[in-house]
Design a protein around this ligand. Structure first.
Ligand SMILES: Nc1nc2c(ncn2[C@@H]2O[C@H](COP(=O)(O)OP(=O)(O)O)[C@@H](O)[C@H]2O)c(=O)[nH]1
Ligand SMILES: [Mg+2]
Length: 276
């Protein structure tokens, strides 16, 4: 599911995120391993200030494993904890629980020194649409019962899911909106299927993929010397017809869908070298 964003949506999402953030101790930031920089939003750091953060590069099964390794090294060098996973298959729960304990420990130590008994740590899963937030929440929660945090005052009570004795998870994910204002970001997000492709014509998306992937026509088992030829010949080969003519639109959509689903190759659209 892709969502169209309007300024009103963003304002509402920001307000909600601020509210969720106030009531959480640790942030689990999901990014897409195929577009690690494009799938975040710096606003998250403005809002979360110095809260401990766990970076999860999700959909690593679709990304280039070599580049994912480079990203993990990049975050390590930057002093951040990051893991790369396929949330659908990997056992992420254990890794994340262990890390939440680790980052919360010094905070709990300080509280104990001040005579405060630490309560269960509250974690918030944050990320752009379609990055895998709901899937991760389900994994962490293991269908555990939801409780409600009593919050006096005007704030709406936060629904919490018990992960274990010491960790609770905010029931609804923190929604980050994509940064459309940057064209490069928009392209990467369209290539991974995080945003509505209407932002970019399908033709541009196929052209960009054709320019970036040398072997694209081979992978599609279609002979072509230009991206336009690729679209036509691929439609022809698959017999995509509309009113007796080649259905160009269907041909383009099919290529894009295959790319997004990792049906052609494992690809990362951004690498750390682009950011040094
Ligand atoms: N290949 C792959 N697909 C994933 C992974 N995690 C989630 N998905 C798929 O991505 C889509 C969006 O996931 P969802 O959890 O609904 O994302 P949300 O919008 O952030 O809540 C779903 O079709 C998931 O099955 C992953 O690690 N690998
Ligand atoms: Mg969701």
């Amino acid at each position: 599911m892709t969502i169209q964003w309007f300024p009103g949506h963003m304002t509402r999402a920001k307000r909600q995120l601020e509210e969720q953030m106030k009531q959480t101790d640790v942030i689990i930031e999901l990014r897409d391993a195929r577009a690690v920089m494009s799938s975040t939003n710096p606003l998250l750091y403005t809002l979360s200030k110095d809260k401990p953060r766990i970076i999860v590069l999700n959909k690593a099964d679709l990304a280039d494993p070599e580049i994912t390794k480079q990203w993990l090294q990049y975050f390590k060098t930057e002093g951040h904890f990051a893991i790369a996973v396929d949330v659908l298959k990997d056992n992420v729960r254990e890794q994340i629980v262990r890390q939440i304990r680790a980052v919360m420990q010094p905070i709990h130590e300080r509280q104990k020194k001040r005579g405060i008994r630490p309560r269960a740590s509250r974690a918030l899963v944050v990320g752009i649409p379609n990055v895998g937030k709901s899937t991760l929440i389900n994994r962490l929660a293991q269908k555990k019962a939801t409780t409600t945090a009593n919050k006096p005052g005007l704030t709406r009570a936060l629904k919490l899911i018990k992960v274990d004795k010491e960790i609770e998870l905010v029931d609804s994910p923190g929604m980050l909106w994509p940064r459309f204002e940057d064209e490069g970001v928009g392209i990467n997000l369209a290539l991974i299927g995080a945003i509505n492709e209407e932002i970019l014509p399908h033709e541009s998306l196929v052209r960009i993929a054709y320019e970036r992937i040398e072997t694209l026509s081979e992978l599609l088992k279609t002979e072509a010397n230009t991206y336009a030829e690729l679209i036509t010949n691929y439609g022809l080969r698959n017999n995509f017809k509309l009113n007796g003519e080649i259905d160009i639109e269907r041909s383009m959509m099919d290529i894009i869908r295959k790319l997004r689903n990792g049906k052609l190759l494992r690809i990362s659209w951004e690498k750390p070298d682009d950011y040094v």
